[in-house]
Design a protein around this ligand. Structure first.
Ligand code: ASP
Ligand code: MG
Length: 402
């Protein structure tokens, strides 16, 4: 079997844990697997590097931001390769560039373009273990790029696809995926198997176990994923293609407190306004989540949308520049909100599930600010102050508790 193993920051946060991880890798190779490893920066290193950079320059050049942040993973690869050689294994550390990982040139949120697998394969052919830096690559002009925070999962899936691996194992600090985040819901159910679609909805709406883009990539190329604890054997979660179930069922709930709403008030109700509102945001590649347009009197509309909290400042600046162009009466924001989502294949088809969601939220006294849905997800924006109570009540209602 060809196996790609990815180790997250917490699994390698100390030298002791690094050595334990090396043992796990070496065991997999001893079992006859061809192993390639992708590793993240140790513990909170990436935060430390970011803080350090901002202390020197609060508005660093994107090129230098990536040059700085990419060093965290490089430390991990050299240490892990060295730990493996302590165990008598032959291992080779590789930066993204050395591993042949090409990206576009969008610093800090680069997208993977392709992986030239020749180098990784030739290392594996010699019986050595490539230890590849996650989260980084190289732009067409040869600059170091990073993929956005949490991006090592995406590197791992891409490497698994490039090597045509049988499995991509994601080792982390939890023993798989749970039906809800234990910070909001006590004793949530462990999930043994979940479909790509459901996992994508969870990752896109607050679940932190996996980087969203990694699951999207895994779905596109049918890379089977397993999420496991790096240091405790036992449970795990498989993410794979699954047959659609007959009865729609709520499988999981996710919470996202890192959202902010921007309201563009009183724009004229005429063609082209929505396009203008989002033109500059698109140019900056800022991801949007919900968008709601509501009409009020005098042929004026309000357009409200949400972005990630860390994009609020930039988005607000853009909207204040755009305000005149779109003849908006006012632009304001709200960062006291949170999003709760229920996820399950085809749940939108069940009006009973939808009613139960709204009714359960109502029973907590929380007011719903915005609603959005896809086939397999319904999300409500509610005040942060109610989020725990709402999450717990929904988890109870939909049987997501052990
Ligand atoms: N080290 C990077 C981060 O903390 C990438 C990763 O861990 O996946 O965001
Ligand atoms: Mg990380």
């Amino acid at each position: 079997m060809i196996v790609v193993q990815k180790y997250g920051g917490t699994s390698v946060e100390t030298p002791e844990k690094m050595l334990k991880v090396a043992q796990r890798i070496s065991k997999s190779q001893d079992m006859g697997n061809h192993v390639a490893v992708v590793v993240s920066a140790m513990g909170k290193t990436t935060n430390y590097l970011t803080d350090l950079l901002y202390k020197v320059n609060p508005h660093p050049e994107p090129r230098e931001y990536d040059a700085m942040l990419s060093t965290g993973e490089q430390i991990s690869t050299a240490l892990l390769a060295s730990a493996l050689s302590m165990l008598g294994k032959r291992a080779v550390s590789l930066t993204g560039f050395q591993a042949g990982i090409d990206t576009d040139s969008n610093h800090a949120r680069a997208k993977l373009k392709r992986i030239y697998r020749g180098k990784i394969l030739s290392i594996m052919d010699e019986g050595k273990i490539p230890v590849i830096a996650g989260f980084q690559g190289m732009s067409p002009s040869g600059e170091i790029t990073t993929l956005g925070r949490g991006g090592s999962d995406t590197t791992a899936v891409a490497v698994a696809y490039a090597l045509d691996a049988d499995m991509c194992e994601i080792y982390t600090d939890v023993d798989g995926v749970y039906a809800a985040d234990p910070r909001y819901v006590s004793n949530p159910k462990h999930i043994e198997k979940i479909s790509y679609d459901e996992m994508i909805e969870m990752a896109a709406h607050g679940a932190k176990v996996l980087h969203l883009r990694s699951v999207e990539l895994a779905r596109r190329y049918k890379v089977p994923l397993i999420v496991k604890h790096a240091h405790v054997d036992g449970k795990e979660t498989r993410i794979e293609e699954m047959d659609k179930m007959e009865e729609p069922l709520v499988r999981a709930l996710s919470v996202d407190e890192n959202i902010a709403k921007i309201v563009v008030e009183g724009v004229p109700d005429k063609p082209g306004i929505a396009a203008k509102i989002f033109e500059k945001i698109a140019r900056q590649h800022i991801p949007l989540d919900m968008i709601v347009q509501s009409m009020h009197k005098d042929r004026k509309n309000d357009v409200a949308f949400t972005v990630a909290s860390h994009d609020l400042r930039e988005t607000l600046e853009i909207m204040r520049e755009t305000q005149k162009d779109v003849e908006a009466e006012n632009v304001h924001y709200d960062d006291t909100l949170a999003k709760v989502s229920i996820v399950g294949v085809n749940i939108l088809g069940s009006s009973e599930i939808i009613y139960n969601m709204f009714n359960t939220i109502a029973s907590t006294g929380a007011n719903i600010d915005m609603i959005s849905s896809s086939n397999s997800r319904v999300s409500c924006i509610i005040p942060k102050t109610h989020i725990k109570q709402v999450a717990q009540s929904l988890a109870q209602k939909f049987n997501l508790i052990e």
